[in-house]
Design a protein around this ligand. Structure first.
Ligand SMILES: [Cu+2]
Length: 132
């Protein structure tokens, strides 16, 4: 009986810890040209529907970049019975970070490109998400 109790407590602890880890934002940290870019999506994994995206861009000296034009492009290649899907949205500056909403129309693998334009130079961060 004691062992069962212990087992249940351990099980609950594991479930709780997994829940905490699961609830965390989906995060991507990458370098794009001279920038350190950190992207957070408020759903992990990203979902069909609206996903809030927060983009933090720092220059080589660690300062926030707040004068860039930031775009989020997300696409899914064509598959049987489905044409290619391509979406674009502008991320808007909010404080030190850029914010956008990705409205994902179907589950599966999506390619995401964050384009950062400053002057005549564009840097890109590419990653993919598996929307549920
Ligand atoms: Cu598809």
């Amino acid at each position: 009986m004691k062992d069962v109790k212990k087992f249940l407590m351990v099980l609950m602890a594991i479930v709780f810890l997994c829940g905490v880890a699961y609830a965390k934002d989906y995060e991507v940290k990458k370098k794009a040209g001279d920038y350190d870019v950190e992207i957070k999506i408020d759903k992990n994994p990203p979902v069909v529907g609206n996903n809030n995206v927060e983009i933090e861009i720092k220059d080589a000296s660690g300062k926030y970049v707040t004068d860039a034009k930031v775009k989020v492009e997300y696409s899914m290649p064509a598959m049987p019975g489905m044409p290619a899907m391509d979406y674009k949205t502008d991320a808007k500056l909010d404080g030190d970070k850029y914010k956008a909403v990705m409205d994902i129309s179907m589950s599966g693998s999506w390619n995401v490109v964050v384009k950062i334009t400053r002057g005549d130079k564009t840097s890109k961060v590419k990653f993919s998400v598996d929307a549920q």
